[in-house]
Design a protein around this ligand. Structure first.
Ligand code: ATP
Ligand code: MG
Ligand code: MG
Length: 558
């Protein structure tokens, strides 16, 4: 693994280790709720948690926080495992599920009731919310707050047995309705949901709330450092309160490792939405082609777009771990994949907007093979042969009828080099009825073949090209940013959907060199002078499909 920058969480763990807390063990976890696909924010959390395990010779659990059957599905479980592995990490032992602990959590809830620390409330969620008070004003106590223990035990069991409809009863912790921390004002522990769970089926109809579930799950697994995002900082007193209650009076539980919650700033990216609810909306409204649409900030979308796991890990490391929220420029993510692909992928010739160039003094019917290096950044990637002939395609915008002096491409009377082949000079051109350039005529100089040492004149412009008779048609999906607003999710009186970039996908047919016939799904290339491209999963040898990962240069830079 790459070297990871030091961050404040390392310092906190170092302090714990110096005090020999938990006998020097470091066990972290990545705890996604299986209610959507992982996104780049999750990737940061994955790199952080698995990175801590690697750094301290510990381990990291993968735990599905599957406590809400209304939103969760096995499809998400499977995709999450695939994505974590693809990012290059392996979890400790079998994957874990919060639902495996439902009985234990229930038993602990009963313990709290018996100790007078929890009660069943008959009020509606709305009434309970209304009684919460404000940060400066104490909340009102529920009429159910002083229910006798025996009655609470009976009602909680009947909740579990399915005797009540959803919303008719909840279990609440009995803490302090005047606490300055709103989360300590008798928070909910359990609610009733009559819905089949993707793993436990209809075994349960009461489900623990996040606050009662998460810390206890950490405790059950022996997690030492429970790293989460900043919005949970205010939940930390509650996290610790519940742990205190469950170990209360139990020597065995008191001797076990006690997890410590540490918060870090979540990743926010400009031009991007990251909430799973909004991503699901994009999928359901068919604004994108599923969770793995190459414009989605999901791990599966980035993979399909052509990102490498290394580029995402590098990005996570560059972003670092902060204690205060901020917004990262998505250009940083794009530059990480650009730098990575620059080193690792072959250059190929693909003409995105083709126009025919005819070399009038090149013998008709003649063809030859020219040699071209695969990657000037890496000699070890070798060379390949390309067919060259009298007619080639070049990019339409590499020709101008009346070019300014500094246009180092083709124009009447100008000379350029066709990369890896010959220098050609434009002698004439033809337009169609619409005034578009249809053909460009050139002569070539046989003395200028690439590699030959005989040419002394300097030719500035070097164009990519594909021989007409050997060119393959390829569908190329020119992806751009999905939103055209820097902060699409946080505009007053506007919805993120209002800021969808209408040009986020343009589909074109390109002419590509014949070596690409055998390219397989996820193969990556630099289309010379154009950008980085990746073979889409819909590509076949009969119909090649490429996705643009990123342009060669950042066109959004101001
Ligand atoms: P969302 O708000 O997108 O629904 P979530 O936090 O509800 O995300 P979870 O599945 O609960 O999604 O997240 C799993 C883990 O990933 C949590 O520990 C969470 O803190 C972390 N995580 C989620 N989003 C980000 C983010 N943008 N940056 C860093 N970590 C994140
Ligand atoms: Mg969550
Ligand atoms: Mg969520």
């Amino acid at each position: 693994p790459e070297m990871v920058k030091s961050n404040f969480i390392h310092q906190e763990i170092d302090k714990d280790l110096a005090k020999n807390i938990n006998d020097g063990v470091v066990l972290t976890r990545f705890p996604p709720e299986p209610n959507g696909y992982l996104h780049i924010g999750h990737a940061k959390s994955i790199c952080l948690n698995f990175g801590l395990a690697q750094k301290y010779g510990g381990a990291c659990n993968l735990r599905f926080d599957d406590t809400n059957p209304l939103k969760e599905d096995v499809e998400y479980v499977d995709s999450i495992m695939e994505d974590v592995r693809w990012l290059g990490f392996e979890w400790e032992g079998e994957e874990k599920y919060a639902s495996d602990y439902f009985q234990q959590l229930y038993d602990w809830a009963v313990k709290l009731i018996k100790n007078g620390k929890a009660y069943v409330d008959d009020q509606s969620a709305e009434d309970i919310a209304r009684q919460k008070g404000t940060p400066t004003q104490a909340g009102a106590e529920s009429p159910c707050r002083n229910r006798p223990v025996q009655e609470n035990l009976d009602l909680f069991e009947r909740m579990k047995n399915g005797e009540f409809a959803a919303g008719r009863k909840v279990l609440r912790a009995k803490i302090d309705m005047a606490s300055p921390n709103m989360h300590m004002r008798d928070p909910l522990m359990y609610r009733i949901i009559h819905s089949s769970h993707h793993r436990t089926g209809d075994d349960w109809c009461i489900y623990p709330m996040y606050d009662f579930a998460h810390g206890q799950e950490d405790f059950i697994e022996g997690i030492t450092h429970s790293v989460c995002t900043l919005e949970f900082e205010v939940h930390r007193p509650l996290y610790n309160w519940f742990l205190d209650q469950i170990i209360e009076g139990d020597k065995d539980l008191m001797s076990r490792p006690r997890p410590r919650q540490i918060e870090f700033a979540r990743l926010n990216l400009n031009y991007t939405v990251m909430s799973k609810r909004k991503l699901l909306e994009l999928v359901e409204k068919e604004i994108v082609d599923g969770w793995d649409d190459p414009r989605m900030p999901t791990v599966s979308g980035l993979r399909r777009r052509g990102y490498t796991p290394e580029s995402i890990r590098t990005f996570a490391d560059k972003v670092g771990v902060a204690r205060r929220d901020g917004v990262i420029d998505v250009a940083l993510l794009e530059s990480c994949v650009r730098d990575d692909l620059n080193k690792r992928v072959a250059r190929v010739n693909a003409v995105i907007d083709p126009v025919k160039l005819i070399i009038t003094n090149y013998p008709e019917g003649q063809e030859e093979w020219v040699e071209i290096e695969n990657n000037p950044e890496d000699e070890a990637m070798g060379i390949r042969k390309l067919p060259f002939a009298r007619e080639v395609y070049i990019e339409r915008d590499d020709f101008m009828e009346d070019p300014p002096r500094k246009f180092f491409r083709l124009g009447p009377g100008r000379e350029v080099r066709l990369k890896g082949a010959y220098a050609v000079t434009c002698t004439d051109y033809k337009k169609n009825a619409n005034g578009e350039i249809e053909e460009i005529y050139c002569t070539y100089d046989p003395e200028t073949k690439s590699g030959a040492t005989t040419v002394s004149r300097k030719i500035k412009g070097i164009l990519h090209w594909v021989a007409v008779n050997h060119a393959l048609d390829a569908e190329v999906r020119m992806y751009d940013r999905l939103y055209n607003h820097e902060a699409p999710a946080s505009q007053k009186d506007a919805d993120h959907i209002d800021f969808i970039n209408p040009d986020s996908l343009k589909v074109i047919t390109a002419k590509v060199e014949p070596s690409l016939r055998d390219a397989s799904v996820l193969d990556k290339f630099q289309f010379q002078r154009v950008g980085y491209f990746c073979v889409d999963r819909e590509s076949t040898p009969q119909k090649l499909v490429f996705n643009r990962t990123v342009a060669l240069r950042d066109s959004w830079a101001k």
